[in-house]
Design a protein around this ligand. Structure first.
Ligand code: F0G
Length: 483
C-alpha cells in the first residue's frame, strides 16, 4: 500500500498512484451566480445543474474515474440480447471475487434491493440491519416489511475513535428475534461501509457473531457489498487478524458469511450497474424469474454490455490495494485537517466521504429547519462544492405526516474514487473552514414542494429569511476579487 508518503517536513500526505490522462473542464462561477443557481434548484443540491458546480461531491455513485483498462474493455463489448460474451466475463469475475456460483444482473443497486425485498418479504416482517440505506428502506417498506436498525452505541457518536462503527449490536439482534419471532425475520441485512453513518466499516469478528446468531435461528444474511472495497481497506488496516491478509482473502471472508450478496456497481466497480450473487441454487431460483420481468434478460439485466465489461474489470481492480486505498486516504486527509481546525466532522474518517456534523456546525438552526440541507446549500453558495444532505430531509414523513428527525444531521462530501487532486481537497478544507468561522450567518430551510417518497431527490425548499444574501455580503467582504 503506497498511497501515503511522509514528506521531508514530517507531514503524511496521500499520493495518487495513478496519472490523469483524460480531463474534464470545470467551471467556478462567481458567488452571485451560484446563489441564482441554488435558488433555481429549490435549495436542493440534487436539482443543481452540473455545469454550475465546481467540485461535485454529491456522491461517489457512477462518478468514479474509470481506469484505462476499463475504457479499453468497453471497446470489445459483445452486443447480444442473450448469451453475450461480456456477461460471461462479468460472471467469471463475480465467481472469482465473491466465490458465488450464481449471479443475477440488475441495472443498479436498488433494482437488486427491489428483487430481494419482493421475493423474501412476505408482505410483513422486520429486517434487522446495521443501518439502513434510503433505497433499501424504501424497498423493504414497499414490500410490506419494516426495518430495525441495530447499531452499536458508538455508531452515532460524531467524535469517536471506534474502528468499527458499522458493527451490528449482537445483544440487540438476539433481543429482536426473541421479541418478534424468527418466523417474522425474513433476513438480516449487513451493509459494508455503512453509508448513512459516514461510510463506516464493520469487522469480520462482528459478522461472524451475526452469522452465529443467524445459524442458531435458521436466518439468512443479505450482505450489501456496494462499499466493500473501503470496508476491506479498514479491516486490513484496523482488524489485527487480517493485517497481513490480501484483499481477496478479506473479501472472501466477508462474502462466505453471507447467503445473498448484492451491490451497486456504480460504487464498487467504478462503472454503472448492479447485481445479486449467491452460492445457493435454491435462493437463486427464487429470485431468477423477477430479473427478466423487471430488469432485462438474464445476461444483461438492464445494463449496456459496455458497462458490463467495465464492471468486470472494475471488480478485479478492487483487489489492488493501491486502488482501494486512494479514496479512504484522501478522506482521512480532509477529515484530519478539518478536525484539527475544530470543525465538527465525523471521526474516525470513513470510506465514502467527509461527513460534516450539521447539528454541531449550525447549533442555532432547529432540526426541523434541516441544518444539513442548509449547510449543503450554504457551502455550495460560498464555494461551488456540491454535497449531499443526509439528515431529516432524507427521511420521509411518518404516516401522520410528521417530520421524522434523523438521528444524525450530516452533510456528506463524497470523494469519488480517483477524481480529485490534493489541491482541490485543500480548497474544500479552506472553504469549509471559512464557512465554519461564519456559521452564525447560516439559517434554515423549509419545504414548499414536497414529494411523499424519497423527497430528498426532487423536493424544493426555500430559506427561512434572507440569510443567503447576508452570507454572500460577508464572502464579498473577505474575498473582494475572488469567486
Ligand atoms: N446500497 C448502498 C450501500 C448504497 O450506497 C446505494 C447507493 C445503494 C445500495 C443503491 O444503489 O444507487 O445503484 O441504486 N448509494 C448512492 C449514494 C445513491 O449516493 O450513496 P444504486
Amino acid at each position: 500500500m503506497a498511497a501515503r508518503v511522509q514528506f521531508a517536513s514530517g507531514e503524511y500526505v496521500p499520493l495518487e498512484m495513478h496519472k490523469v490522462r483524460v480531463v474534464q473542464k470545470l467551471n467556478l462561477l462567481p458567488v452571485e451566480e451560484r446563489l441564482k443557481a441554488v435558488e433555481g434548484a429549490g435549495y436542493n443540491t440534487f436539482l443543481l445543474q452540473n455545469r454550475d458546480v465546481f467540485l461535485d461531491m454529491l456522491t461517489d455513485s457512477g462518478t468514479n474515474a474509470m481506469s484505462d483498462q476499463q475504457i479499453a474493455s468497453m471497446m470489445v463489448a459483445d452486443d447480444a440480447y442473450a448469451g453475450s460474451a461480456s456477461y460471461a466475463r462479468l460472471y467469471e469475475a463475480i465467481v472469482e471475487i465473491f466465490g458465488t456460483e450464481y449471479f443475477l444482473p440488475a441495472h443498479q443497486g436498488r433494482a437488486a434491493e427491489h428483487i430481494i425485498s419482493q421475493v423474501f418479504i412476505p408482505r410483513s416482517g422486520v429486517v434487522p440491519m446495521n443501518f439502513h440505506f434510503t433505497t433499501t428502506k424504501a424497498h423493504i417498506e414497499l414490500a410490506g416489511g419494516q426495518i430495525a436498525e441495530l447499531f452499536t452505541d458508538e455508531a452515532l457518536k460524531i467524535k469517536s475513535d471506534f474502528p468499527f462503527k458499522g458493527n451490528l449490536d449482537i445483544a440487540k439482534l438476539k433481543a429482536l428475534i426473541a421479541k418478534v419471532g424468527k418466523q417474522n425475520v425474513p433476513y438480516v441485512r449487513m451493509e459494508a461501509g455503512t453509508n448513512l453513518i459516514g461510510g463506516q466499516p464493520f469487522s469480520i469478528a462482528n459478522m461472524r457473531d451475526v452469522r452465529k446468531v443467524c445459524d442458531d435461528h435458521g436466518l439468512l444474511i443479505v450482505l450489501d457489498v456496494s462499499l466493500i472495497a473501503e470496508n476491506v481497506y479498514f479491516i486490513k488496516t484496523r482488524e489485527e487478524e487480517f493485517k497481513d491478509a490480501d484483499v481477496k482473502t478479506i473479501i472472501r471472508a466477508m462474502c462466505d458469511l453471507a447467503d445473498i450478496i448484492y451491490f451497486s456497481a456504480r460504487k464498487v466497480c467504478c462503472a454503472r450497474g448492479g447485481g445479486i450473487a449467491t452460492r445457493s441454487k435454491e435462493l437463486y431460483l427464487k429470485m431468477r424469474d423477477l430479473v427478466p420481468l423487471f430488469e432485462g434478460f438474464l445476461t444483461y439485466g438492464g445494463m449496456s454490455v459496455r458497462e458490463i465489461e467495465a464492471m468486470a474489470v472494475g471488480l478485479r481492480e478492487t483487489l489492488d490495494m493501491d486502488m482501494i486505498s486512494q479514496s479512504p486516504q484522501f478522506i482521512k486527509y480532509l477529515v484530519d485537517q478539518l478536525d484539527a481546525g475544530g470543525v465538527p466532522v465525523v471521526t474516525p474518517a470513513g470510506g465514502l466521504g467527509c461527513h460534516l456534523d450539521a447539528m454541531g456546525f449550525l447549533p442555532h438552526v432547529p432540526q426541523l429547519q434541516y441544518p444539513a440541507g442548509a449547510l449543503g446549500t450554504a457551502l455550495f453558495i460560498i464555494s461551488g462544492i456540491r454535497g449531499m444532505e443526509r439528515g431529516t430531509i432524507s427521511m420521509d414523513r411518518d404516516a401522520d405526516g410528521n417530520d421524522v428527525p434523523s438521528e444524525v444531521e450530516l452533510l456528506r462530501l463524497a470523494m469519488p474514487r480517483r477524481v480529485f487532486t490534493l489541491s482541490q481537497v485543500k480548497y474544500v478544507e479552506d472553504r469549509v473552514k471559512w464557512l465554519y468561522a461564519n456559521r452564525e450567518l447560516v439559517g434554515g430551510l423549509e419545504f414548499y414542494d414536497e414529494p411523499k417518497v424519497l423527497r430528498f431527490f426532487v423536493g424544493r425548499l426555500r430559506p427561512t429569511g434572507d440569510w443567503p444574501q447576508k452570507l454572500i455580503a460577508k464572502f464579498r467582504q473577505d474575498f473582494p476579487n475572488g469567486v
